[in-house]
Design a protein around this ligand. Sequence first.
Ligand code: ADP
Ligand code: MG
Length: 138
Amino acid sequence: MQKTLSIIKPDAVKKNVIGKILDRFESNGLKIVAMKKIQLNQNQAEEFYQIHKDKPFFEDLVKFMISGPVVVSVLEGEDAVFKNRELMGATNPKEAKAGTIRADFAENIDANAVHGSDSLENAEIEINFFFKTDEIYK
Ligand code: ADP
Ligand code: MG
């Protein structure tokens, strides 16, 4: 069993498809063991995306992530990190496989509907970024 962090980004929240995206997780063997709707501030978004701070898209990414509320959740299941990444589809929705969240709900590489941890190690860091241990329920 693994845990991973998911964020439903501002574009998908604005489109009113939170439930549709959460259903993808639940219908594919992932359990939502923690969840909240929040609005990130500049500092939080910059810290969360530290790994991309030198990329040309960093500033736009931070601006986008604080442009509206997001839904942050912890997903648990067998091979959860990889499974979530598979359900999400490629970073660029134009390259995402049919039936993936990004193919179905995202417009472009900037507004691409969801975030998902890319490794078990980062999943733990990202989960701890948003949730205390006593906010996670099996
Ligand atoms: P992923 O979200 O699939 O793990 P990355 O970690 O590489 O992708 O990038 C983080 C986020 O930064 C992406 O989801 C996307 O919103 C944005 N991003 C990545 N690459 C680009 C790019 N070339 N141009 C604009 N935005 C990008
Ligand atoms: Mg990433």
